[in-house]
Design a protein around this ligand. Structure first.
Ligand code: ADP
Ligand code: ASP
Ligand code: MG
Length: 439
């Protein structure tokens, strides 16, 4: 029988009502044998995600040596869920254990992982499936790096003996038993890893929207869901900020050519978005762009020097400075006598002055400055490489709104145009581009 791996995100696990809905979805299709769950997310907009509360516990532990007040709120949430679901599990015992282990291990990753751990125990009880601890099958090395190949073998071996199971997302363990996590939103990656290992024919990723939309629904009102997306388009959009799916979830499924279906737990009848290895001509439906995504928090190191292009080793020398200071960059558009290096603020923070001074020393530019408060907006789609005029439509749309383009970079794949704009123009820019490409 073919296997579907299903992953349910935070909003799907937020309370007893949504967990009942999750159980109904799982039971509706016998192929849904392996269930990966997130920690309970927000129930309403002012609510807190359990994972954020667990990070707060770790913070309390560092400052006060205890985290009782914050942990009590977590305790209340989980006790409420178990009692509303009328499950016969001793949740107090689990919670006591978790609380004392948090003190014992005193690690941010361990604390953060307990939301998924408890969530999976509850879901396994609700479904009558076996609980398998991610610590024992998702392998990390002692530096906290994920080990994909060792994990693949381990998951295969363990799950081949288990017909149906619930596995917590987001974390795994190293050889000595210490817990490590993926980056935020990492349960998507856990689901993809399990899908690859069990040779799933489908990876269903259940969330709170009707699929991958043309743009972030929190910025553009009522964007259209995308029916089909290629792996490459997904990678570009997810990396550039469409956080409906973690950008690294593509790698495991790509090995096995497994399609991903983004579905809505709260509207299971909607078909959602299908993410497939390659699109056929008919899938693109004459569309020019597939989607728009963006991220705030960038700076541009802008360098001018006459005849830069003919100076042998110029770019290498500049990049060696970044390497020296352990800074990775995102984009590097160049002109004849100019070069812009786009860098995330989190990478550059505190190193601005030394970087400028050192670049001045090694390449003696005519002018160098840092432009800050930059956001990046990516417009993505295979259709763009066939359609002339895409860049002019995009630039025209921004010009019409009086938005100054501070940087523009067309990826060599020709399926991606990235513009850098002032962060104050961010929402306006996404709406302008979205409207310009509406048919
Ligand atoms: P989960 O907890 O299920 O993993 P996430 O919050 O991680 O859910 O991702 C779903 C959210 O992603 C949506 O509620 C939506 O606000 C946001 N989002 C951002 N960009 C997009 C997009 N292009 N399409 C759909 N949702 C998007
Ligand atoms: N609970 C984790 C987070 O909030 C992981 C996830 O939801 O995917 O980031
Ligand atoms: Mg998510």
């Amino acid at each position: 029988m073919s296997v579907t791996v299903v992953k349910f995100g935070g909003t799907s696990m937020a309370d007893a009502k949504s967990i009942n809905q999750v159980a109904d979805i799982v039971k509706q299709d016998k192929k849904r044998r392996y269930v990966v769950v997130s920690a309970p997310g927000k129930r309403f907009s002012q609510d807190h995600k359990i994972t954020d509360m667990l990070y707060a516990c770790y913070h309390d532990l560092q400052i006060n040596g205890e985290c009782k007040a914050t942990f009590d709120k977590i305790r209340e949430r989980f006790k409420g869920i178990v009692s509303d679901l009328e499950l016969d599990i001793d949740i107090d015992a689990y919670l006591n254990h978790v609380e004392s282990d948090m003190l014992k291990y005193n690690s941010a990753e361990f604390c953060a992982s307990r939301g998924e751990y408890l969530s999976a125990i509850i879901t396994a009880a609700k479904l009558g499936y076996k609980f398998i601890d991610a610590k024992d099958i998702m392998v990390f090395n002692e530096n906290g790096d994920f080990e994909p190949e060792i994990t693949n073998e381990k998951v295969k071996q363990v799950l081949s003996k288990v017909e149906r199971a619930v596995i917590p997302g987001f974390y795994g363990g190293d050889e000595s038993g210490l817990v490590h996590t993926f980056s935020r939103g990492g349960s998507d990656v856990s689901g993809a890893v399990i899908a690859r290992a069990v040779g799933a024919t489908m990876y269903e990723n259940w969330t709170d929207v009707n699929g991958f939309m043309t743009a972030d629904p929190r910025i553009v009102s009522n964007p259209k869901p995308i029916e089909k997306l290629s792996y490459k388009e997904l990678r570009e959009l997810a990396y550039m900020g469409a956080n409906v799916l973690h950008p690294e979830s593509i790698f495991p499924v790509r090995v096995g050519n497994i399609p991903i279906n983004i579905r809505n737990t709260f509207c299971p009848e909607a078909k959602g978005t299908m993410i497939v290895p390659e699109l056929e001509e008919k899938d693109m439906n004459n569309r020019v762009i597939t989607g728009i995504a963006g991220k705030k928090g960038y700076s541009i190191v802008y360098i001018e020097k006459s005849m830069m292009n003919s100076e042998l080793g110029f770019v290498r020398k500049v990049l060696a400075v970044l390497e020296y200071y352990n800074i990775s960059f995102e984009h590097l558009p160049t002109g004849i006598d100019t070069m812009s290096i786009v860098i995330a603020d989190s990478e550059l923070a505190g190193k601005e002055e030394v970087v400028i001074e050192r670049i001045k020393k090694v390449v003696n530019p005519d002018h160098i400055e840092i432009k800050s408060n930059i956001s990046l907006v990516a417009t993505v789609g295979h259709g763009m490489s066939y359609k002339p005029g895409t860049a002019s439509t995009l630039c025209g749309a921004l010009a019409k709104e009086n938005i100054n383009i501070r940087m523009i970079d067309q990826g060599s794949s020709e399926m991606n145009i990235i513009v850098g704009i002032s962060t104050s123009d961010y929402e306006k820019a996404i709406n302008a581009i979205y409207n310009a490409f509406q048919k």
